[in-house]
Design a protein around this ligand. Structure first.
Ligand code: NAD
Length: 422
């Protein structure tokens, strides 16, 4: 049965509904259930910034620490005009479960600033980032909470966070953030990691179905860090990318796109995706999700597959590159259609896995070759995929609930071992 939420589009309610179902199936003790349900800490900051026109503006920012049970908090920083505290809460909880699914020693956190990066200059973005970091400087740190990029933030943002934090503690502390430029202690392979992780789990899923990469059609929604890297790597590996979308619209072409040319069009020529000269049929960013394909890879924003449209999905496999692209109320529809779902907390965990490698390398002061990073990433993703699928089969639940159960159980074990500090 699909988990019930009062408001289908509230991501926090969606995250909670899955947690509730998994906790119930695990028979989680009441006290542990309450402990894990609520975040550890929620911080709101008001960020005064002088804009380029000389006016003073105040932006609202959040950082939510969901859990430190298995290690320091870990989670991205989102710059977006639609950021809400509920969204940051949901994303923080998902980070806890994601780190536990892939068994890396972190808890979960997330941050966000309500702003529209497309309307802000580089200088304004730098000042927002630095003041946000300064306000949070007591709460973040390599042993406390380690931010990373998310929607609207990138390597440069992380470089500013690292520098600001380092100025406050008066020594260079590269391990305070991940997703930094390689020149500043970033890890080789981090930029591609989330997309590569998506490809690795798709490889595993098509193998189960007896499909070959060359006969597998993929639609990718979102062409930022996750989507463009997933499309690029999957194209290179032989998959046929038949649909692509960004915030401006989508293109569908059953013959497949030349992805390096599409990336050049968007990122070098700086042109809109729907105008890509290789052609194809134009769709809205959401409508493309319902065109014929074998793998649907949403890698943009939340709430794309809902009770209103899930019945129209044609894919055999849903690989959730984005966090929360499917509402909890739509889960049952995907199950009844027999779609093989690779849930977000597994599918996009390649990013946090290589973030973990980056944190380890920074603390060691010793950096790995790219193929070493990619090999370790493959180990983690393949092993985690197999564990989730096996768990689902053994317990008769779908892959998403299996991933939550596996994760909640790992956090519960650690919590019982630590005990509660009085
Ligand atoms: P990004 O800012 O680099 O890219 C976002 C992309 O989505 C852009 O191409 C944008 O045009 C597009 N987009 C925005 N709104 C859209 C809409 N309504 N319809 C279609 N396209 C839309 O962000 P990102 O880092 O690639 O993150 C994408 C998703 O992946 C988010 O859900 C994020 O939380 C998740 N994620 C990111 C990482 C990471 O390493 N960056 C790791 C795990 C999960």
């Amino acid at each position: 049965m699909a988990p019930v939420t009062a408001n289908e589009f509230n991501v926090y309610e969606s995250a909670e509904a899955r947690f509730e179902e998994a906790a119930k199936r695990l028979g989680l003790e009441d006290g542990l259930y309450r402990y894990m349900k609520y975040p550890n800490k929620e911080i709101t900051v008001y960020i005064p910034v002088t804009l380029d026109n000389g006016k003073l503006e105040v932006f609202t920012g959040y950082r939510v620490h969901h859990s430190i049970v298995r290690g320091p908090c870990k989670g991205g920083i989102r710059f977006d005009k639609n950021v809400t505290l509920d969204e940051v809460r949901a994303l923080a909880a998902w980070m806890t479960w994601k780190c536990a699914v892939v068994n890396i020693p972190f808890g979960g956190a997330k941050g966000g600033v309500i702003c529209d990066p497309s309307t802000l200059s580089r200088g304004e973005l730098e000042r927002i980032t630095r003041r946000y970091t300064a306000e949070l400087s007591e709460w973040i740190g390599p042993e406390r909470d380690v931010p990373a990029p998310d929607i609207g933030t990138n390597e440069q943002t992380m470089a500013w966070v690292m520098d600001t934090y380092s100025m406050h503690v008066r020594h260079t502390t590269t391990a305070v953030v991940t997703g930094k430029p390689v020149e500043l202690g970033g890890s080789r392979g981090r930029k591609e990691a989330t997309g590569r992780g998506c490809m690795i789990v798709c490889d595993r899923a098509i193998e189960r179905m007896g499909l070959k990469r060359e006969q597998t059609r993929v639609i990718v929604q979102g062409f930022g860090n996750v989507g463009s890297m997933a499309a690029m790597l999957m194209h290179e590996a032989g998959y046929k990318i038949v649909g692509a979308a960004d915030v401006h619209g989508a293109l569908y072409n059953e013959n497949g796109f030349d992805i390096p040319k599409m990336i050049d069009w968007m990122y070098v020529k700086r042109k809109p995706l729907p105008e890509f000269p290789q052609g194809g049929t134009k769709f809205s960013s959401q409508e493309v999700l319902f065109q014929p394909c074998d793998i649907l890879l949403p890698a943009a924003v939340e709430n794309q597959i809902t009770t209103q449209n899930a019945h129209r999905v044609q894919a055999k496999i849903l690989c959730e590159g984005a966090n929360g692209p499917t509402t909890s109320a739509a889960d049952g529809i995907m199950d009844s259609k027999g779609v093989f779902v690779i849930p977000d907390i597994l599918a996009n965990a390649g990013g946090v896995s290589v973030s973990y490698f980056e944190w380890v390398q920074d603390r060691q002061g010793f950096f790995w070759r790219e193929n070493e990073v990619n090999e370790r990433l493959r180990d983690i993703m393949e092993h985690s995929f197999d564990e989730v699928v096996r768990y689902a089969e053994t317990h008769g639940v779908n892959n998403r609930i299996a991933a939550y159960m596996l994760a909640i159980d790992r956090v519960a074990i650690a919590l019982k071992l630590r005990g509660i500090y009085a």
